[in-house]
Design a protein around this ligand. Structure first.
Ligand code: AMP
Length: 559
């Protein structure tokens, strides 16, 4: 086992030259080592270079730009922001600003998320008090610039995060306009999951001799991949622990490792699994060698069935009995995935690798498939009905096995007395019920909403579709689509990106799932997947778009 486990936090991030306040925050968050994109991007960014990074959600890209940005910050020195991060959606604005806040905790950084749909008055108040970092959607940032409520002349770093998404949403002009408001001497950082020519054009126009980093290019690690069943489940963040429990219920592994990203997550997941009746133990870099040995011993002997671990903690670990590797998140680099699943299916035994992915992380799954040349099958989460059926099946096989045993005679007298005034069937049924209850009883938990996978084609088509304004074009025919009526149009200044932003932000629907948009003088029609229509209508009815609260309903077909 690795000698350096206990000190890896110091050697990992400290070697990148980050200041002590940041190192402390990272250690407290339980980050044990930088992800590949962080290892490559942080030092050049700290040195002031411009950078173009091709990296998808799940790679740790947020910290890759947020940490260098915080490294150079003197919070409170000025009331005008020193850094501006542009993001496509409200959801991302909140996530990124939360990340900046958490990493910059000990620096007392003042960060403000700014997006449409949120009352502008609150943003104004905070801006007046002074902020160091602004994270916002281009439309709303431009609003503030036009109202002269946001000054960008002190900005030293601009980050364009998920640049391809922003272009897809029609923010290209807004981005150009915003960049011209910032000092020429600024540092500019661009992250994008894909690199279409339009992104390249922006990079060429606005970045100075940028360093280019591309993740997932290395194919060396994939050679020795064992025969492992590989599957993934799409789960929203809020349902992950429940989903993990359910998958484990159905898979019933003999011995499994559940990989988590941080020490914090290891503890949370371990607790939740034990709460569900699994025997799970945490393994992370914070444990002494002695403690680790004991945990491993319990896994080998079967006293523990699940190990919950970070990559660092599991390094060098070799467990013969391992049947399952479970990725609680998509690993931050495809190579890490290959590393992890190399632990099962050894010496000709079969094993399974199961990954829980948030909808936004599907691109990372594709990158892993490209690296390994093997399919990861997207499966549907077991439903409550599946679980019930599974538990009854377990009872059936348990009883069947017991019936084959030869030590049943001692129960004959009990059976005889019970059948004095009941028939044998009645007694058998009561016995089954008791066994069922002893096994945990009825499954009494809410359904986990299932998420439809993004088709490959949609990744490719979405840019094309965004521009189309005739309903019905561009979307694959097999997708059921609903047209939603929004009672705001051109006269109210409505633009396609306002709608896409509101739908993504308020209903949490990925921008790429928004179909054709038609805007007339007085109203707009937007196509969304039928499965999400109700949610979108409900969310939009309660939101403010362009300062108004529009009527929102299903479009009547006879229009
Ligand atoms: P991102 O790709 O920026 O969306 O980050 C994906 C997730 O990885 C986030 O939940 C981060 O908190 C987490 N994360 C980022 N860097 C690290 C790291 N070095 N170690 C562990 N977790 C990380």
């Amino acid at each position: 086992m690795d000698e350096d486990v206990a000190t890896s936090t110091d050697t990992g991030f400290a070697a990148l030259g980050l200041r002590p306040e940041l190192l402390r925050a990272l250690a407290d968050l339980g980050y044990e080592e930088p992800t590949p994109i962080q290892r490559e991007a942080i030092a050049p960014l700290v040195a002031g270079h411009d950078l173009v990074g091709q990296a998808a959600t799940g790679t740790g890209k947020t910290a890759a730009f947020a940490l260098p940005l915080l490294q150079g910050l003197a919070p409170g020195a000025s009331d005008a922001p020193a850094a501006l991060v542009l993001v496509p959606t409200r959801e991302l604005a909140e996530q990124v600003s939360q990340a900046v806040y958490r990493y910059g905790r000990d620096l007392h950084v003042r960060v403000l998320p700014v997006y449409g749909g949120q009352p502008i008055s609150r943003q104004l108040q905070v801006l007046r008090r002074g902020v160091d970092v602004v994270v916002g959607t281009p439309g709303r940032i431009l609003d503030h610039i036009e109202r002269e409520t946001l000054r960008l002349d002190a900005v030293r770093t601009v980050v364009l995060d998920e640049a391809d998404e922003m272009l897809d949403m029609g923010f290209a002009e807004d981005i150009e306009a915003i960049l011209t408001e910032t000092p020429e001497q600024r540092q500019t950082v661009l992250f994008s999951a894909t690199m279409p020519p339009r992104i390249d054009a922006i990079a060429r126009r606005h970045l100075r001799e940028p360093l280019r980093i591309q993740m997932g290019r290395d194919t060396a690690a994939a050679d020795a991949l064992p025969a492992v069943r590989q599957s993934a489940y799409l789960v929203a963040r809020a349902h992950k622990t429940a989903a993990l429990g359910r998958v484990l219920d159905v898979e019933a592994p003999t011995a499994a490792i559940v990989f988590c990203r941080t020490r914090e997550e290891v503890d949370e997941v371990t607790q939740s699994l034990n709460g569900r009746g699994f025997r799970a133990e945490a393994l992370h870099g914070g444990l002494s060698q002695d403690q680790r040995d004991r945990v491993m011993g319990r896994l080998r002997s079967g006293a523990t069935e699940l190990l919950v671990a970070t990559d660092v903690a599991a390094r060098g670990l070799d467990v013969e009995q391992l049947t399952h590797v479970i990725n609680y998140n998509v690993p931050s680099a495809p190579e890490a995935y290959v590393h992890r699943i190399g632990r099962v299916g050894r010496a000709g035994r079969t094993g399974a690798a199961i990954t829980l992915a948030e909808p936004r992380e599907q691109r990372m799954l594709k990158a892993i498939e490209r690296l390994t040349g093997q399919r990861i099958v997207l499966e549907k989460l077991p439903t409550v009905t599946d679980l019930r059926a599974r538990r009854l099946e377990v009872i059936r096989t348990t009883v069947q096995e017991a019936m084959a045993a030869d030590d049943l005679d001692r129960f004959r007298s009990v059976l005889a007395s019970l059948t004095d005034d009941a028939d044998v069937e009645q007694v058998a049924l009561a016995g089954l019920k008791l066994l069922h209850e002893a096994n945990g009883g009825d499954v009494d938990e809410p359904e986990i909403p299932s998420i439809a996978p993004q088709r490959e084609r949609e990744f490719e088509n979405r840019a094309a579709r965004r521009g189309s304004n005739g309903p019905g074009r561009g979307r694959p025919a097999e997708d059921a689509v609903t047209r939603v009526f929004v009672g705001l149009g051109r006269r109210a200044g409505l633009r396609p990106q306002d709608l896409v932003g509101a739908i993504a932000g308020e209903a949490g629907l990925p921008a790429r799932d928004v179909g054709a948009i038609q805007i007339t003088d007085r109203f707009a029609l937007v196509e969304v997947p039928e499965a999400d229509a109700e949610r979108v209508i409900r969310a939009l009815s309660h939101s403010t778009i362009r300062g108004r609260r529009p009527t929102v309903r299903r479009d009547r077909p006879h229009r």
